[in-house]
Every structure is written in C-alpha cells, then in structure tokens.
Design a protein around this ligand. Structure first.
Ligand code: 1GP
Length: 244
C-alpha cells in the first residue's frame, strides 16, 4: 500500500487538515464550512466525530464533496461512518484502547465497505493523549483506555513506534476535539525524533502561535476542528503559519 500521506507531504510540505463533524451543523452548512477552509488554504477535509450516524455522515460527505476539490478523508469513529462519497478513509486503530472494538472489530466491519466503496485507505495509528482535566468526547466514547498522561513521553513513544512497526503509514497524536490543552511540544519533539513515518497532531489547537510551535516541534500535519466552528478568521492565521 502506498504511503499517501508521505506523498502529500513530499509534494506540499507541512499540511493542514480541517475536521468537520457531521453532528454539529447541517450538511449544507458543512459544505460552506469546507469551502471556507479551502479558501484559507487547508489541504484536506476530514469528516468525522465521536458520535455519528450513517445518514448524517453520508449527507455531509456529499455536501462537502460538492463544495470542494481537495481530498475528502473519512475519519470514522465506527464502521457506521463509512460511506462511498469520500475519496479516502483513515483506516485507523485506537492504539491505546483496551477495547477490542476499537482495535479490531470496527475495522473488521469496515474493511469490506472500504473495498466495496473503492475508498483509498490511509492506515493510521491513533494515539489518544490525556492532556486535560475535563475528558474530551473521544475519551468518553473510547471508554477503557491505557491512559497516556500529558507528560508521559516514553509511553507515547512506545505507541508511536508500535504504530510504525505494524507498518501503518502515519501516527496521529490526538488530544481530542475541544481539549483544554493540545499535545505538548516536548512530546511531539521526542516522538518525531524517533519515528520515520509522518506525524499528525490535533486537538485543542486554536491559534496561530500554538500551531506554529507544534510545527516547529515536528508535526507534519496539524488538524483543527473547533476553531472552524467558533472563529473563522483564526483559521486563516493558523494555516498561514503552518505554510510559512
Ligand atoms: C480532533 O484533533 C481534532 O480529532 C481537532 O480538535 O476540535 O480541538 O481542533 P479541535
């Protein structure tokens, strides 16, 4: 399987992906948001959220595909979120979950759909970091986690290396959408130093200065979601510092 993410980075340098959660607005509004994100220079639209149903996800994906020309990548929390209208899918494993559901079962349900729909899978090791006091939605939905505390760089590194040695194409260090704090610069730096596959960082990044620090620390791709919903002007600034 080709490393799609690596190829995108080789072609365009540091990247920004916009996450749109189908649950948070109508499909038409999602299309408008995606169009705005592209006008700000985002490189791809991710479609996903912690709670999702098939119909909403499908309608939102269709609206986004109609609105933009950048890659549309499903970011599914379960096999329910898989539809035929996206281009790519993060075929992912919640690395530090203790639940078989998130390590193997949703993937077993999803794989035949990926094949049937002709989606291009991008294999990804999803590593959830507990950065904040208040649990994020993804932490709540994931339930039984092998918790990685915000300063436990060693543990994050073990999961990142395991992701790479499993042959997955990228690692995503995730603080969770709406996290009070993003993944630390130190954790990003130490993980990036040791792995050879692209590093995606997201969760709690809400301004340009923070995004810049994450990039400087070694993130190859920054994902933002909440900022698109709450402060559109900020998004422009964030993307411009990533591309600087
Ligand atoms: C969630 O990392 C993304 O998967 C985006 O997080 O909504 O906090 O930007 P935010």
């Amino acid at each position: 399987m080709e490393n799609t993410i690596k190829q995108w980075i080789e072609a365009k340098g540091k990247l920004h992906f916009s996450l749109i959660d189908p649950d948070k607005q109508t499909p038409d509004e999602a299309g408008e948001m995606a169009d705005f994100c592209v006008s700000c220079g985002t490189d791809a639209i991710m479609v996903g959220g912690s709670t999702i149903d098939f119909q909403k996800s499908q309608e939102t994906t269709i609206a986004i595909k109609d609105a933009v020309n950048v890659p549309v990548v499903l970011f599914p929390s379960s096999a329910e979120a898989i539809n035929e209208f996206a281009d790519y899918i993060f075929f992912m494993k919640l690395m530090n979950s203790k639940k078989r559901q998130f390590i193997m079962e949703e993937q077993l349900r999803g794989a035949p759909l990926v094949k049937k729909f002709g989606l291009i899978p991008i294999s990804m090791g999803y590593v959830l970091i507990g950065t904040s006091e208040r649990k994020t939605a993804v932490e709540q939905v994931s339930g039984n986690l092998d918790i990685i505390e915000k300063d436990d760089v060693e543990k994050a590194l073990k999961y990142a290396l395991t992701t790479q040695y499993f042959g997955m194409s990228c690692v995503y260090l995730e603080a969770g959408s709406g996290a009070e704090k993003p993944v630390s610069n130190k954790m990003i730096r130490m993980v990036k130093k040791e792995i050879d596959i692209p590093l995606i960082v997201g969760g709690g990044i809400r301004n340009a200065a923070t995004a810049r620090k994450k990039i400087k620390s070694g993130a190859d791709i920054i994902v933002t979601g909440t900022v698109i919903e709450k402060d559109k002007e900020r998004l422009k600034e964030i993307i411009s510092v990533i591309k600087k």
